[in-house]
Design a protein around this ligand. Structure first.
Ligand SMILES: [Mg+2]
Length: 108
């Protein structure tokens, strides 16, 4: 991967992935290791996508004349939600890989 990406872009992506992995860790600290059925993972992922969408759409009417502080706030909220989307997607893949061919471990 590194051969095909410029060094600066690689560093940017690496830093984003570090943020996503920190979010994965904090979700695991809060919830424990999650072994959900794929349908439940999709519910969780879509909830996070919805929160990212809400962060943008609720701010949209104000974009024309919004104060700089409001703009920074919604961008920060949107970005945080995107990190959560990525973290949930990774956790869903991790769960799938752990449980492939098995029943979910917690029965949810
Ligand atoms: Mg969220």
């Amino acid at each position: 991967m590194r051969d095909s990406i410029e060094e600066a872009q690689f560093e940017t992506i690496k830093n984003i992935l570090i943020e996503v992995l920190k979010e994965c860790s904090s979700q695991e600290e809060y919830w424990g290791i999650q072994n959900h059925h794929p349908e439940k993972w999709m519910n969780i992922l879509m909830e996070e996508v919805g929160e990212a969408s809400k962060a943008v759409l609720e701010s949209f009417p104000f974009q024309g004349d919004q104060k700089e502080s409001n703009k920074r706030y919604w961008i920060s909220e949107y970005r945080d939600e995107l990190i959560q989307v990525a973290a949930v997607a990774i956790s869903a893949i991790d769960s799938l890989d752990r449980n492939e061919g098995k029943e979910t471990k917690n029965g949810k």
